[in-house]
Every structure is written in structure tokens, then in C-alpha cells.
Design a protein around this ligand. Sequence first.
Ligand code: FAD
Ligand code: SF4
Ligand code: SF4
Length: 461
Amino acid sequence: MPNMNPKKVPMPEQEPSVRNKNFEEVALGYTAEMAVEEAGRCLHCKNHPCVAGCPVEVKIPDFIQKIAEQDFEGAYQIIAETSSLPAVCGRVCPQESQCEGRCVRGIKNEPVGIGRLERFVADWHREHSSGNRPVVPSNGHRVAIVGAGPASLTCAGDLRAMGYDVTVFEALHVPGVVLVYGIPEFRLPKSIVAYEVNGLEQAGVEILTDRVIGRSLSIDELFEEGYEAVFIGSGAGLPNFMGIEGESYVGVYSANEYLTRINLMKAYKEGYDTPIAQANKAVVVGGGNVAMDAARSAKRMGADVTIVYRRSLEELPARKEEVHHAEEEGIVFNLLTNPVRIHRDQNGHVAAIECVKMKLGEPDASGRRRPEEIPGSNFIVPCDTVIMAIGTSPNPLIRHTTAGLDATRKGCLVADETGATTRKGVFAGGDAVTGAATVILAMGAGKTAAQSIDRYIKGQN
Ligand code: FAD
Ligand code: SF4
Ligand code: SF4
């Protein structure tokens, strides 16, 4: 008999008033008993709609069945057939719009906690396995991978498992950069990303950091060096700004820069001399996951934080869980509000942000109701820090230094459904192609490209 409890087994968490002052992980993870109890809520539906909601089609009912049988390693092996970063996905996938969004139990009650179960299994495996991955013998073919984000790491792992000699070229000094600098420690501990990256290196993937493709080496030079195919997974790391007055004042950051200083360069830790302005009152502009991460980081740095977002709570694109956590931690949401100008003090430092109230009009091309300014509704929010989290675009460096690579008007590389770009032998996927999206979609693209590169090198394309 399935466990018909209408609610998920609750996730143990740090108390909001404690966690908003530290960078430790907020959600503490299920125990084995909790995981088995939650697994009991799955109905093992014949047509398993949850699987269709997962971009890499994890065999969800099968791995949940293994948990119910307390065969946690068996559960891990099932997930690992299709997902190379389950500890990451179990924590950061937008499950409510993917696997859990399709779960039959979710029609009347709460869906099965698929993400929580995936996280449990991946953590269990990490704590109990030897960590050694088999090294597949080389097939003598070399592939170069640009960037070390989830798209590239997945592509690299899959190609290595097929025998390819894979070299990853990463611009910054650590692999898995966005997972390290972007998503903060309190949502995704760095040790988890490091574990996954170590596993790839043990399997024989070579990762070279501090290599900017387009500067240190061009795509053409990679081919000259003997790589037979190249995968570009360079992401979409170029921050967008609004173009309003005052965005160059001291105290205005892009969310990328702010999060990099805190997460990657450890500005929050004693003993590190990374400069960062100590905000007393920070305003974060935007409503996505990046905005939530920036706001919750600023809160942990001791600031009073307000999020300014031009639509309503319903349209807020961030994961529901992150919004809920942000609210619990004392972050104020100023909705239906749009900044129009930033004011400064006599030293050129941010002093306030001027906003205007909005109302929702007719739906736009995205299907969401278009926000419209209410004339004369301007008001001032005093602050000493403004963090812009209104989206990112792909960096143009690679396409500007590579002949034959077509891009869209928004600067995304053009690639077909196999990941092939308009340049022979060059494949691409993840945010570099789609624009800013999600970890699991990037991983799915990396997987598809690995298959296509294999076919291309074998002359089967
Ligand atoms: P990226 O992860 O961006 O990796 C690209 C890599 O390429 C980077 O390491 C970069 O340094 C490197 N690179 C770029 N140019 C070059 C070059 N010329 N030469 C060499 N290397 C280069 N997604 C979720 O699913 N859930 C979340 O909760 C979530 N929260 C997020 C929070 C933040 C703060 C951010 C920034 C993103 C978040 N995302 C989230 C989005 C997710 O991280 C991205 O969609 C995903 O990382 C994209 O993967 P990718 O491999 O395509 O690119
Ligand atoms: Fe759900 Fe993400 Fe796991 Fe797929 S990878 S089952 S979408 S948590
Ligand atoms: Fe289990 Fe929900 Fe998937 Fe049905 S839809 S198999 S209940 S997880």
C-alpha cells in the first residue's frame, strides 16, 4: 500500500533566523528513514508522467522503487544512467516545473519529493562509495571542450566514457564555475561540485584552467593541435544592465560580480582580502534565481535587503522554494515596481534608487502580462548598494574570433537539435545556445552533443 500522506516528508532545514547569518547549507537532507517514507508515496504509475517532465528522462519510479527497498546504491546506479550530476540537480533543478510538476500525486496534494530523493541518493553514494571511477581505454581520438560548466562537464564525461581523449579548457581558475561562484554555498556546497569534477578527472578527463578560448587559443588552433571536434559550452555569463542613469556609480554591481566576489573570492570569510562594499541597505533588481541568490547573500553579509521586481509574485521566475526561503529570511519584496534612476551622494556613491509603480496589462509574446508604468507614481528607496540581476547573455569573444559560427540577434550560438553549429566539427550547447536557462537543460544538451560528436568522428553524420 502506498503512503497516502498528502504532504511530502518535510525537509529538515536550518532555522531562518540562524541561517540568514551564515553560509552553511539551508536544507539539511533526508535521513534514510525519511527517504524510505517519502519513496512510499510514489504510485509507480504505468505511464510515469514524471519522467517526461525531466529533460534527461531520469527513470524516476525505478530509482524510487530501489529506495523503498533500501537499495540506495541501486537507486544511484539507475539515476547515473541518465544524469551525471544528481547531487547538483537534486538541489537546484526547478522540480516544480519539471519532474514534480508532472507527478500524479501533485494533482490533489503535494507531488512526490523527487528532487529530495535524488539528492538523498546522490549524497548517500558520495558518502559510501570508494569514489573510484573506471578509466576507459583511449580510442585515440581527441575532443576539445570549451568551458567547464554543466553542459561541458556532461559532454566531457560522456565522451570519456566512450573512450575519447577529452581536454576541457576553462577560462577561470576553477571548473564548474557558475555552480561554484553563482549558486551560493547555502544552496549548493562547493564540496559537491568538487567531488563531481574530481570524478571526471579520475576517469581521465583533462581539465585545464585559466585558458580563455578566443584569447589563449582560438578554435582554429585547437583543430591545428589535433582535436577532431570541439564542443562549446561557454555559457551566458555577460551581465545585462537596464541602461538607466546611475548604473556606473560606486556601489552598483551586476549580480555576477557580487556573487563572484562573495562565493568564489570568499569576501564573506575572515582572512580573505577580496574587496566588497559592506552594504547596510541593498536593493536587488530582478526576480530570477540569480536575484534570490544575490539577495540572500547580501542578507548574510549583514544588509537589509529589498528585491525590486516589475511584475507580480505570480510571474516571479525564481524557484518557489527559493522565494519562500528568501521571505522567511527577512528579505522584503517590492513587487510591481521598476527602477528608473539611481541617485548618488556627494562622493559619487549610491544613495538611493528611484522607482516607479507598475500595473499588469495584456499578455506579451512570452504569454505573461506586460508590466506598464503608472505615470507619476515615482518614489525613492534609500540604499547604499544596488545589485542588478536582470539576466545575462553569451560573451561574444568566441564567435568574434571564429569564422563560420552563426549567432542569433541575442548573441546565442546557432546549433541544430544534435548540437551541431554552422561550423563543421564544432558543436555547442547549454546557455551559450539557449541563453540563460537551467543546469539540467545544459546537461541534456551536453549529452546530446556527446552522441553527435561520436557519430561525427566515426563519419556517421
Ligand atoms: P555555464 O555553467 O555558464 O558554464 C560556462 C563555462 O564556460 C564557465 O565556467 C565559463 O567560465 C566558461 N567560459 C566562458 N567563456 C569561455 C572561454 N572563452 N574560454 C574558456 N572557458 C569559457 N539553474 C538551475 O537549474 N537552478 C538554479 O537554481 C539556478 N540558479 C542559478 C543561480 C545563479 C546565481 C546563476 C548565475 C545561475 C543559476 N542557474 C540555475 C543557471 C545555471 O547555473 C546555468 O543555466 C548553467 O550553469 C548553464 O550551464 P552551461 O554549462 O551552459 O554554462
Ligand atoms: Fe527532476 Fe532534475 Fe532529477 Fe530530472 S534531473 S528527475 S528534473 S530533479
Ligand atoms: Fe511516482 Fe509521481 Fe512518477 Fe507517478 S508521477 S511514478 S507517483 S513520481
